[in-house]
Design a protein around this ligand. Structure first.
Ligand code: NAP
Length: 494
């Protein structure tokens, strides 16, 4: 009887960021309409919807940081800021009629593989239940914020928030503010808030490599050229891709090639920071590139301002109105901002994804996330991960990686359908061999530097579970065709 049982979908996409929107557009372009996009936020954009801290921007050039099939002729500047990227994604969604497929404010709380009918049963935050043949998770690698466990934090009486959930009502003007963390987000918002606050305590655990960003607004003529000539757009994009991609040689093959970046960073530090002691403390001790290289023209000079104190002592505890460091020093504050990054190696909470035999994905990934070509995981059939394990890049645009994965997912579904199969599952042996090869590739790369630990590594196993240790081009090649021999393609038993 119609209305009985959960709604059955062909494809459920989770997340409306670059991954989810890109996947949905590609489905529409093939004439497929039997899909929904569940997005837990109230708007489109994923990371570019959620992160709204002052100065939030991308550090990949705008003309590359967009879909190859949906170029944006109107980028205003070299490195796009958050509102412009969010609006770009919204326009893409509108243009391709995705509104009818979007369910905003709808969070997937759990999904379970139903063996008998070869479907995923998905429960959302309002208790709604649907079943989907295929699930494409575009949940992002950096969506769950990481908070350090600092004793006494619950006693703090001022405003406290994470950079990912910026509290725009927190009164910063004239306030004493503490920022914990000095990564990619912190170097963007510290120069923005420094002029307004009375005092800024920057708690740095590790000094990061920061190189000049050289951002600029595009000139009127430059914008006109770009908007008017599609050939020029293609050429620009190709040139930016090649120049950016060339950096992979330094990261993945010969780290000494990154010495130019190192020199650029040291020179900027010398120019912007006169105080010897401060300069020393801002100088990184690990190989450049091992952690993400940060881009900023004004971070060092902001930290050198008289109302800023760089604190490198370990944080001991927090009380009602201060951070207390291991040297016994009290740092009085009114507002506390965590810029402490994300749980990149625990992208799905326990209980959210249960595959064959009810196995939780967090158990399958007890040694760190692992997938075949970053996209499929044995024991979790018909589930495709965009920006899955080891698809991150230190040197180029993630959108390129996402597009490679989307093409691979579509090819996988096509291959299954051609054979009349309803279940697509990567073989355990193929996944294991792929990951053994992949982990061996880290030897000799900049990420193998033993002076550096980063969020790319899984805490227990120490394995790098985030980075693709090669060129983005080699990933494209690896995902160019669907390699059915690495998979079991079958039909449901009933
Ligand atoms: P992050 O780069 O992971 O930086 C986190 C910072 O918090 C680091 O300085 C870290 O120190 C510190 N930290 C973490 N736990 C701590 C603790 N318990 N005590 C003291 N300090 C602690 O995080 P993020 O700045 O949010 O950036 C995350 C990623 O988001 C970036 O790497 C990038 O991929 C992405 N992002 C991109 C852009 C862009 O322009 N495209 C902008 C922002 C963010 P340690 O270094 O010692 O661990």
């Amino acid at each position: 009887m119609p209305g009985d049982g959960p709604r059955l979908l062909r494809t459920l996409i989770i997340g409306a960021g670059f991954s989810g929107i890109g996947m949905a557009i590609r489905l529409c372009q093939r004439g497929e309409r039997d899909f929904l996009i569940y997005e837990r936020e109230r708007g489109i954009g994923g990371t570019w919807w959620v992160n709204q801290y002052p100065g939030c921007a991308c550090d990949i050039p705008s003309r590359l940081y967009s879909f190859s099939f949906e170029s944006n002729p109107d980028w205003s500047r070299r490195f796009p800021r958050q509102p412009e990227i969010r609006d770009y994604l919204r326009r893409c969604a509108q243009k391709h009629g995705l509104d009818a497929h979007l369910r905003l404010g709808t969070e997937v709380v759990s999904m379970r593989w139903l063996e008998s009918c070869a479907r995923w049963q998905v429960v959302d935050g309002q208790g709604g239940v649907i079943q989907a043949r295929f699930v494409v998770a575009g949940t992002g690698a950096l969506s769950i914020p990481a908070y350090p466990q600092i004793p006494g934090i619950e006693r703090f009486r001022g405003r406290v928030f994470h950079s990912q959930r910026w509290d725009h009502d927190a009164p910063l003007t004239g306030a004493r503010v503490a920022v914990i963390g000095t990564g990619a987000s912190a170097v963007q918002f510290i120069p923005e808030i420094q002029p307004a606050v009375a005092h800024l305590s920057v708690f740095q655990r590790t000094a990061h490599w920061v190189i000049p960003k050289s951002d600029r607004a595009f000139s009127g003529a430059g914008k006109w050229l770009y908007r008017t000539f599609s050939g020029w757009r293609l050429l620009q994009r190709a040139m930016i891709y090649l120049i950016t991609e060339a950096r992979v040689f330094g990261f993945a093959f010969a780290p000494r090639l990154l010495s130019l970046h190192r020199r650029l960073s040291i020179a900027m530090l010398r120019r912007q920071v006169r105080d010897d002691d401060l300069r020393q403390r801002l100088t990184p001790r690990f190989a450049i590139g091992c952690k993400r290289i940060l881009l900023s023209d004004d971070y060092f000079s902001a930290v050198a301002r008289p109302n800023v104190e760089l604190v490198t002592e370990t944080i001991l505890k927090i009380d009602e109105d201060a951070v207390i460091t291991a040297d016994g020093h009290r740092h009085p504050i009114d507002v506390l901002v965590f810029a402490t990054g994300f749980k990149a190696s625990e992208p799905f909470p326990r209980g959210m994804v249960r595959g064959r035999d009810g196995r939780d994905l967090t158990d399958a990934w007890a040694n760190g996330p692992e997938a075949y070509k970053g996209t499929t995981t044995t024991g979790f059939p018909n589930l495709f991960l965009l920006m899955g394990p080891n698809t991150g890049l230190g040197h180029n645009s993630i959108v390129y990686m996402i597009e490679s994965q989307i093409a691979y997912v579509l090819a996988a579904i096509d291959a299954a359908e051609r054979r009349g199969a309803t279940v697509i599952e990567v073989r355990a042996q193929a996944q294991r061999a792929f990951n053994e090869r992949l982990q061996r590739r880290f030897q000799g790369t900049v990420w193998a530097d033993n002076l550096c630990s980063s969020w790319y590594q899984h805490r227990q196993s120490g394995r790098n579970v985030v980075i693709w240790p090669g060129s983005s081009w080699s990933f494209r090649r690896a995902t160019r065709r669907f390699d059915a021999d690495a998979y079991d393609l079958s039909t449901a038993s009933t």
